[in-house]
Design a protein around this ligand. Structure first.
Ligand SMILES: [Zn+2]
Length: 271
């Protein structure tokens, strides 16, 4: 599943090239998760603004509104001056004077939705409940500590839920907790402020490393799964059950939390 770093690398791959372009047309393929919510023809002539990201959503501003895009489980976006005829998995094309932005999504959990503004529905509704951006200066240990007050669930679950901070998908949540030395099963409300500081820092550093990896090795980024795969090769614990912890050589353990696999070092990570 494309995670925040992949979505951000995707944004960086076309944001400057598409800014200022005018829409020549839009083409829909098979239905996506949600309907477009406007006539494709109504987009013609609109100028593209500065593409932004919020969580795993991309916002493509188009003068009197914009398109909110999500890559779902298997989606990827590519911007190209020349595009072949759409294939069976290409379900949305935004044709512009600078090139075509194409959503390829075999499983069709992705979406492209028109909204009059980010703070109007449906965008507002879809973005409601998202936590802070990990690189937002407001995301501090103190803020995290305050947000965890009264939360009885395991810290890994809170990270995955994304309502405190966005971006810590399964692999990144596991790696951040490893970097912070926190057992993923720890009850959230019991984490001290200093440990919250370490965790907030670890979340930022983990996602920054993933971004760096995406930016350096996958500049021409097409496969949203390739990047998590490349990150996984450098992982300390994720996907490494039974292998030695890179820090202390204790066997990495795998448990299941909320139906997702969690990997951690039972020696380095404490409750
Ligand atoms: Zn260890």
């Amino acid at each position: 599943m494309p995670e925040l770093p992949e979505v951000e690398v995707t944004r960086l791959s076309f944001a400057t090239r598409i800014a200022g372009a005018r829409v020549l047309g839009a083409r829909l393929g098979k239905p996506l998760r949600w309907a477009l919510g406007c006539e494709p023809q109504s987009l013609v002539g609109l100028a593209v603004g500065e593409v932004a990201r919020r969580g795993k959503y991309l916002w493509v501003p188009l003068q009197r509104g914009g398109l909110l895009m999500h890559l779902g489980m298997s989606g990827s976006l590519a911007f190209s001056e020349v595009h072949d005829a759409p294939g069976p998995h290409d379900h949305f094309d935004l044709v512009t004077t600078r090139g075509t932005l194409r959503l390829t999504d075999p499983r069709r959990f992705g979406a492209v939705v028109w909204s009059d503004a980010l703070h109007h529905d449906p965008a507002a509704r879809l973005l409601a409940g998202l936590g802070l951006e990990p690189f937002d200066p407001a995301f501090t240990g103190a803020r995290l500590h305050a947000a965890l007050r009264g939360r009885r669930v395991a810290i890994k679950q809170v990270l995955l839920a994304g309502d405190v901070v966005v971006g810590a998908g399964n692999i990144y949540a596991c790696e951040a907790l490893f970097a912070a030395g926190i057992d993923p099963r720890t009850r959230s409300s019991t984490l001290s402020k200093p440990r919250c500081e370490r965790l907030a820092d670890a979340v930022r550093r983990t996602l920054a490393r993933a971004l760096e990896l995406g930016g350096s090795t996958l500049r021409d980024f097409r496969d949203a799964h390739g990047m998590a795969g490349a990150f996984q090769l450098q992982a300390g614990v994720y996907g490494r059950a039974g292998l030695p912890c890179p820090r202390c050589a204790t066997s990495v353990r795998r448990v299941v939390q909320g139906q997702r696999a969690t990997y951690f070092c039972p020696a380095c990570q404490r409750r």
